[in-house]
Write a protein that binds this ligand. Structure first.
Ligand code: ADP
Ligand code: MG
Length: 314
């Protein structure tokens, strides 16, 4: 393609909210063989919602939710946001309406006094969070987090988590010192265009793949809904780049689509990283394409644009 054709294509992309970082990236996109999608926030809306709260101890639901919200208050993860949102509503349910409104964002949460003081907080990517609250060691996250801390998951708790996972939800466990005190079921609906885009890619001869840190059961249930057959689950953030490299074997051109929280190594490893526009700055930096509208149809727009630009001239 002539420099002018590349410039025109870049302009057409930009006017559709598809930002392309250079002519090389534009050219490579026509050869994409695999598109690897992150699950949470990319295929799904990332607007996770708590659907179920289960208490496994003498605490009441409000106490459990305040505990979990306190632990998650410093996390940027969509699951953490869902838990905060739900707990905030639960906590302020009996308060006058304007009080409820004034508690409506996470920065204010930290100052408004309903959350417990937290110390030694850390977020463990792909696993959950941990901290001290009222002198007790609190873990909030998946099975891996719990079992790595030497805590056994009782069978009634395991049954609850399996029930969540089989209905495409994520089951989050809550441990206090070394006992499971609760569990939370969280649903995150697919983006409405996700299934159509997956079908469109297949028609173009491109293979869609889903990669996620979430567990196998939830991953399979979500993949089935969206029409993806090739799934990699329980992948830690660093492992996502490894997955990309395994698909690149034999010279395949691989695109990775991610929203950023933990996805930047994979976006950088891919031949074409596509960052979802609403994602984080590091993701946008690591990517060759930025899909500003956060609409997955733009993955197809991007490939089309490349194919059209570079096929005419050959
Ligand atoms: P994805 O690859 O789907 O974007 P992540 O790698 O971000 O998912 O997270 C994988 C899993 O780790 C989540 O499904 C959840 O079980 C657990 N997890 C990660 N962060 C948190 C958190 N802040 N609170 C609770 N669980 C978490
Ligand atoms: Mg994600």
């Amino acid at each position: 393609a002539t420099p002018t054709a590349v410039m025109v294509a870049t302009g057409v992309g930009a006017s559709n909210g598809v930002l392309i970082k250079g002519g090389d990236a534009l050219e490579r996109a026509q050869k994409i063989k695999y598109v690897i999608f992150d699950k949470t926030g990319t295929l799904t809306q990332g607007k996770a919602t708590v659907t179920t709260v289960k208490v496994f101890t003498e605490m009441n639901r409000g106490e459990l939710l305040t505990l979990v919200a306190s632990a998650e208050a410093s996390s940027e993860h969509p699951l953490a946001k869902a838990i905060l949102e739900y707990s905030r509503h639960f906590h302020f349910f009996d308060e006058p309406f304007d009080t409820k409104e004034s508690q409506s964002n996470s920065e204010q949460d930290k100052f408004s006094g309903w959350l417990h003081d937290v110390s030694d907080f850390s977020a463990l990517p792909g696993k959950g969070v941990q901290c001290f609250i009222k002198g007790k060691w609190i873990l909030v996250g998946n099975r891996k987090l719990i079992t790595e801390n030497g805590i056994t998951i009782p069978s009634n708790v395991e049954r609850f988590v399996v029930e969540m996972e089989e209905s495409a939800r994520t089951g989050i466990l809550v441990a206090r010192d070394s006992a499971i005190v609760g569990a939370i079921g969280i649903a995150d609906p697919l983006k409405r265009e996700a299934a159509v885009v997956v079908e469109g890619l297949l028609k173009m001869g491109v293979k869609p793949v889903m990669v996620t840190g979430d567990n196998w059961r939830t991953a399979r249930a979500v993949a089935k809904e969206v029409g993806i057959h090739d799934v990699r689950a329980e992948v830690l953030p660093a492992g996502k780049a490894e997955v990309i490299r395994s698909f690149q074997k034999g010279g395949n051109v691989v695109a990775m689509v991610g929203d950023g929280i933990n996805d930047s190594p994979a976006l950088a490893a891919a031949d074409i990283g596509m960052a979802i526009g609403a994602g984080t700055d590091i993701a946008i930096e690591a990517a060759e394409y930025v899909l500003m509208r956060s609409n997955l149809e733009d993955v197809i727009t991007a490939i089309d644009l490349s194919r059209k630009t570079f096929s005419r001239i050959r």
